[in-house]
Design a protein around this ligand. Structure first.
Ligand SMILES: [Zn+2]
Length: 270
């Protein structure tokens, strides 16, 4: 339980953990319950809470994490669209050769990228000439230890040779269904590929988890959900369709306004 709360941003203190129910853990459980709108019926670890932590979910933390690389760690969770070069209009994607991604699966990712492209109204995606140079790298990996078993996938930003790229890591020990597969009677460990793709691309484009259940960015991933919700559109527009993204207009005055807003934005975060 403590490892789970730590992995997803609710508990600050890293392990190893003992079984004591300390103040910090109690507070973390309460924050978790509040975040997911779970009922508080007087029992700290009520059934609803215990069932919730068994549900398949995304590995990106829900709260309390920053974007950044340290000298020893060249991986970061995605946070906002800071890893993209300013004014990026085109991103390339590629599939890890060792994952042997089928053409049907590639098609699913293409559709998902197309949906997000339409939503940002700024970004376009094209397949990279090789996986190594792709901005968005997609692959399937085994991660099955402890808490990791509930994680169906995640995304990280990697820094390599002073270039950053976004990596989507889907859990290869789950069975990923294509849109043509049977719905909605899923077996255990069966997940909808398009749903997983939509969610992780959302992270790489800059969206955090949302706790509105109709959002693509809701952390629990256990049903097919590929339509971008109104709140997702609003959040995306905030990232891509204001002056901060550098979407400068053609007239000189709008350029000046954009520059001014750009500097004001930088000043706010310095
Ligand atoms: Zn997520």
């Amino acid at each position: 339980m403590k490892q789970y709360l730590f992995d997803f941003g609710y508990l600050q203190q890293a392990g190893p953990y003992d079984n004591s129910l300390d103040e910090e853990t109690i507070s973390a459980i309460k924050t978790y319950q509040k975040t997911f709108n779970l009922q508080d019926n007087g029992f700290l670890l009520n059934n609803q809470t215990l069932q919730q932590i068994l549900l398949p979910r995304c590995g990106v933390p829900d709260i309390n994490f920053e974007y950044g690389f340290s000298r020893t760690n060249y991986l970061s969770w995605p946070k906002g669209n800071k890893w993209l070069r300013k004014d990026t209009k085109l991103l390339t994607y590629g599939f890890a050769p060792e994952s042997n991604v089928s053409s049907d699966m590639i098609e699913v990712f293409k559709n998902a990228l197309m949906r997000w492209s339409t939503t940002t109204m700024v970004l376009n995606f094209t397949e990279a000439t090789s996986y190594d140079v792709a901005n968005i790298k997609i692959g399937f990996y085994i991660s099955n230890e402890g808490v990791e078993d509930v994680v169906v996938g995640d995304s990280v930003i990697i820094l390599q040779n002073s270039y950053t790229s976004g990596v989507i890591r889907l859990n290869a020990s789950k069975y990923w269904l294509l849109p043509t597969d049977k719905y909605p009677s899923w077996e255990d460990d069966e997940f909808d590929l398009e749903t997983g793709a939509m969610h992780q691309i959302g992270h790489l484009l800059g969206l955090d988890h949302s706790f509105e259940t109709d959002s693509i960015m809701y952390p629990i991933i256990n049903q097919r959900k590929v339509d971008i919700s109104d709140s997702d559109i609003a959040n995306t527009n905030q990232l891509y369709n204001d002056a901060n993204y550098g979407n400068f207009g053609s007239s000189a005055s709008s350029l000046v306004t954009s520059l001014f807003l750009g500097f004001a934005f930088l000043a706010m975060f310095n």
